[in-house]
Design a protein around this ligand. Structure first.
Ligand SMILES: CC(C)(COP(=O)(O)OP(=O)(O)OC[C@H]1O[C@@H](n2cnc3c(N)ncnc32)[C@H](O)[C@@H]1OP(=O)(O)O)[C@@H](O)C(=O)NCCC(=O)NCCS
Length: 265
């Protein structure tokens, strides 16, 4: 098998079917995951079209956000994730079921167990990575130079990494630190270890955007992870970590509401 299940047609009517018909979505293959960038600034009427595919628990979780923006983000990211996975699995989006690992990483259950995914959100964007046969982590960080200090660098980098970055002029250091952070967070999220893995024990490339391109990171648990930078929008840093071989990190933009898509990186 070269990829995951392609969409089935001719099923009973589905709430999302009007949005997805006849779209041949780029699908992940072993060693070649796909990544989706989702804009969070959709109009309320667009966001409402995603609500029918959420589970009752997801709808309840979204409703608990006091801030409109946070609620909309939650609906959008989960809605788009469900539509994508349903398409790859050939299942109704509303029928997909998830469970969380010991540190909170969600995964699919009762479906194609080879399909893995991970999600991140920051600023005006959500990022979804989907892989086959390999654990995956993604991270997206809005670059905010004002938040970066040398103490922060020392708190999340290995001593050698901190020495190199702290010697740079402040703007360059801030930009590189966000990329390093995205790479480390992608590794942490790929592993699913949450806060139980110390980022100061994980080495990553120290360069700016594009410095991680198939870089192999040896995890403290002995697994070899492929690290790739993702073509993040201006002002953001994004990276993925994939367990084992990975030949690239193609990024597609999810366009509301017609669900068209375009390769952007
Ligand atoms: C769990 C954790 C990974 C989430 O990170 P975050 O920056 O708050 O949020 P992100 O936008 O990147 O990701 C959130 C999504 O990650 C997923 N997620 C939650 N727990 C996860 C875990 N343990 N592993 C992987 N993914 C996880 C979820 O899908 C979540 O979205 P949802 O709640 O809407 O479903 C983070 O809280 C954490 O523990 N990080 C480790 C800290 C650290 O040492 N980082 C190293 C960087 S130097």
């Amino acid at each position: 098998m070269t990829g995951v299940t392609r969409p089935v047609s001719g099923c009973s009517p589905r709430p999302e079917s009007h949005m997805m018909e006849d779209l041949d979505l780029p699908a992940p293959e072993p060693g070649r995951p796909v990544f989706w960038l989702v804009r969070m600034d959709a109009a309320p009427r667009v966001i409402r079209t995603y609500e029918p595919v959420l589970s009752r628990e997801e709808a309840w979780q979204a409703s608990r956000f006091r801030e409109d923006r946070a609620r909309m983000r939650s609906v959008l990211t989960r809605g788009v994730l469900r539509l994508l996975l349903s398409r790859y699995q050939g299942m109704n989006a509303a029928d997909l079921a998830f469970e969380r690992g010991p540190h909170g990483k969600p995964r699919l259950i009762h479906g194609d167990e080879r399909l893995r995914f991970n999600v991140a959100h920051s600023g005006e964007f959500g990022l979804i990575g989907v892989s086959v046969d390999a654990d995956i982590g993604v991270d997206l960080e809005r670059i905010r130079p004002e938040t970066v200090t040398r103490d922060l660098a020392r708190a999340c980098l290995t001593p050698r990494e901190a020495e190199v970055l702290c010697a740079l002029e402040p703007r360059e250091m801030a930009q590189r630190l966000h990329w390093c952070w995205a790479r480390k967070e992608a590794l942490v999220k790929g592993h699913g270890a949450g806060g139980s893995l110390d980022p100061r024990e994980v080495s990553v490339p120290l360069g700016g955007p594009g410095a991680a391109a198939g870089w192999i990171s040896r995890h403290p648990d002995g697994r070899r992870w492929s690290l790739w930078d993702i073509a993040a929008p201006e002002g953001y840093a994004a990276a993925t970590a994939v367990d084992g071989e990975c030949r690239g990190a193609p990024l597609f933009a999810w366009e509301h509401p017609g669900v068209e898509f375009v390769e952007i990186g």
